[in-house]
Ligand binder design. Structure first.
Ligand SMILES: [Zn+2]
Length: 351
């Protein structure tokens, strides 16, 4: 695609973070909408360009299948398929179909938002820097920050590109949107100093390593956006139940961690395969590690170990050991010997 078509805006601040906004996924999505509205089917070439835009390309390389997204877009946007769209609501694809329909209904608001964002990109890097700096080690090199706006579901992802859904961006106020971007950017910064290579983790260790990594990554990054969003005023109606569930999980996190510790201890003592222990631990980890990790950061901070937690950001094993130290400092029961052994063992194997 022509670089001029990407509506890219570059900016620099203190030569620390280089920010690039990309709206090409959104622009191509409108083209698909317009084509369907003029009673034509989009050409294969147009679909191809859409799914090669940075945002959609990042999504379809990881969690989302192009076929599913394209199918949902076609059902939602093709006026000839309105009845099918209506009856798809209960099917698994229904959520995405109605998401795309809502996008079309709110196109004017969305276009206004994107125009505003294009004007604002010059300032955002200072704000992002101010939000993440506290949660990053002093010697880190700040990677460039590439942000792609697309439509997929009310969510965001921090792959090589930070991918943000337009409707979510619309419903967050600008401060919360900046915090959300900073949260995702924090993942990218942390990934750049992660002490192990995710690609070489053996199959039997994958679940345990995923749990350790997720819990640390999300727990620390949640400090950037969740206090104001989930514990302040949540402007996204669709998140109401999710916010409550998160807060409930944080409340019982200590008990959840104790039962995870017990699963590991029992598994080790009974001689279960590492794979079985990992699978069971992963099943007991609520909400991909967010609330547990967030709770752990609070306990670690309470024990005055915040500085160490940040300086060891690239090491998920150290995060759990710090949590254990914090428990002991706070005169609570620490983690079991078995869990501490597994942490050391995995660290030796991969770091
Ligand atoms: Zn995250």
């Amino acid at each position: 695609m022509d670089i001029l078509d990407r509506l890219a805006v570059y900016s620099f601040v203190e030569e620390l973070i280089e920010v690039l906004f990309d709206f090409s996924g959104v622009e191509l999505f409108w083209k698909i909408v317009d084509t369907f509205e003029s009673k034509h089917n989009p050409q294969e070439e147009l679909w191809h360009t859409l799914f090669n835009s940075p945002g959609y390309s990042a999504l379809t390389k990881s969690e989302f299948s192009q076929e599913k997204l394209q199918n949902a877009m076609s059902i939602a946007l093709d006026p000839k398929r309105a009845i099918e769209a209506h009856f798809s609501q209960d099917a698994s694809i229904g959520g995405i179909v109605s998401h795309f329909q809502e996008v079309v209904k709110r196109r004017m608001e969305l276009e206004t938002l994107f125009d505003e964002l294009k004007g604002k990109s010059a300032n955002i890097e200072t704000d992002i820097f101010d939000l993440v700096v506290e949660y990053l080690p002093s010697n880190i090199e700040y990677p460039s920050l590439d942000i792609a706006f697309v439509f997929f579901q009310r969510d965001a992802r921090g792959y090589e590109w930070v991918v943000i859904d337009g409707l979510l961006a619309l419903e967050l106020d600008s401060q919360l949107l900046t915090r959300l971007i900073a949260h995702e950017y924090h993942h990218q910064c942390r990934d750049s100093i992660l002490c192990y290579d995710k690609e070489i983790v053996r199959p039997e260790d994958q679940d345990l390593m995923w749990v350790l990594n997720q819990t640390q990554a999300e727990g620390i990054a949640d400090n950037i956006d969740k206090p104001r969003w989930f514990y302040g005023e949540n402007p996204v109606d669709a998140y109401t139940e999710f916010v409550q569930a998160y807060r409930d999980e944080v409340t019982v996190a200590e008990t959840t961690l104790q039962s995870i510790d017990l699963i590991i201890e029992t598994g080790v003592l009974e001689g279960y395969y590492r794979e079985e222990i990992g699978k069971e631990v992963r099943e007991h980890l609520p909400m991909s590690g967010h609330p547990i990790g967030y709770h752990m950061t609070q306990i670690i901070s309470k024990a005055n170990l915040f500085g160490e937690m940040i300086e060891t950001l690239g090491n998920p094993f150290e995060f759990f050991r710090l949590y254990n130290r914090a428990l002991l400092i706070l005169k609570k029961d620490g983690l079991s010997e078995s869990t501490l052994f597994i942490l050391d063992d995995l660290e030796t194997r991969y770091c």
